[in-house]
Write a protein that binds this ligand. Structure first.
Ligand code: 5AD
Length: 351
């Protein structure tokens, strides 16, 4: 017998997997009551593993140089208006020190696919990781620097990197092709993710919600891919247009749909680390709290030197001040306390 959408969510909770058709049914038949039911289950499951804890990650945007030309992204190489910067090793270590003092125990080094760090220069990443791990042995280091060769990933891991974030962006190859130039392809992206898992990284993937042309069938594929990959971390956020990109005149993705997907991902992967992303916070003032109430348990405030934050504009109006800034941790802590969550000073590993 064909299951109704509530039964499908129960099945997801019991078996942690559904078919693409089943996911699509849930998405097609989403309404307020289903949204509420899913969020309740998601939050309960999150509490079962992680209690009321919210983990924080200090995000350091190390470089906005990028060799890629993704159609949605503000730091694409074709955007001549982007003001480029690259932090020095010293600036990165200073950011870590500031983060350490504030209570951060995870540092995330994120950047474009900057040639400075690639190919024969991949050793620069390795050296950086070693320095950070030496200065802060109790801290986790997460890298988010795009696609590399397996040998490079292996060297990063050997240097002490604990985690790697690499969103797949969309699990539909044709849709992937509409968001990326021909040099990039979904198969290679997936291969990188499986390699990262194999090397023992806590691996993060994720996708944009509401990217131009995306359908529920595409989203169903994203969910099936996540259940196959079994990532330790999943970051999703609404697509937000950036004016100086080819997709600059397209509509933004839906916050509500993003939140519903956070709930489904939590029910699928009860132990995952799921951030309330900056893109959600950018489109909706209460986006972070809402994500927590759908089973998110991570926040990634910005630890970059303040003078470069404005230059890391992946999309228009990207938040980098207010509660997005690492410095306002106290206010963020209060906001989380107001919804019964406790911001903790811990590495916050996958358990
Ligand atoms: N809107 C929303 N998210 C974006 N990203 C890049 N550009 C945009 C945009 N225009 C996301 C991608 C990438 C992450 C670092 O930022 O999903 O993986």
């Amino acid at each position: 017998m064909v299951k109704n959408r509530y039964e499908l969510i129960q099945k997801l909770e019991a078996e942690h997997r559904l078919s693409a058709e089943e996911y699509q049914t849930i998405l097609d038949e989403r309404d307020d009551a289903l949204t509420k039911a899913a969020a309740q289950r998601a939050e309960e499951l999150c509490r079962k593993t992680y209690g009321n804890q919210v983990f924080i990650r200090g995000l350091i945007e190390v470089s906005n140089y990028c060799k890629n030309n993704c159609y949605y992204c503000g730091i694409r190489c074709g955007n001549q208006k982007a003001e480029r910067y690259r932090l020095t090793g010293e600036e990165i270590l200073d950011s870590c020190e500031a983060g350490w003092q504030l209570g951060f125990r995870t540092f995330v080094l994120q950047g474009g696919e900057d040639p400075w760090y690639r190919g024969t220069h991949a050793g620069r990443v390795t050296e950086l990781v070693k320095k950070i791990k030496k200065a802060y042995p109790q801290c986790a280091v997460t890298l988010s620097l795009g696609e590399y060769e397996e040998a490079d990933y292996q060297a990063f891991r050997a240097a002490g990197a604990d985690r790697y974030l690499l969103r797949h962006e969309t699990a539909d190859a044709v849709h992937y092709g509409k968001l990326h130039p021909a040099e990039l392809n979904l198969e290679h992206r997936k291969q990188c993710l499986y390699t990262l898992k194999k090397l023992g990284f806590q691996t993060g993937s994720g996708f944009m919600v509401g990217s131009p042309g995306q359908t529920n069938a595409h989203l169903a594929k994203d969910l099936v891919f996540l259940q196959e990959l079994q990532p330790e971390m999943v970051g999703i956020g609404p697509f937000i247009p950036h004016q100086d990109t080819p997709l600059g005149d397209q509509a933004a993705g839906s916050v509500e749909l993003t939140l519903f997907l956070v709930s489904l991902i939590r029910i699928m992967l009860p132990h995952a680390l799921i951030p309330a992303t900056t893109a959600l916070g950018t489109l909706m003032e209460s986006g972070r709290e809402k994500a927590m109430l759908c089973g998110a348990n991570v926040i990634m405030p910005n630890l970059s030197p303040t003078d470069v934050r404005k230059k890391y504009t992946l999309y228009d109006n990207k938040l980098c001040t207010g509660d997005e800034a690492a410095e306002s941790l106290r206010h963020l802590t209060e906001r989380m306390a107001a919804i019964g969550r406790e911001v903790v000073c811990a590495r916050g590993d996958f358990t």
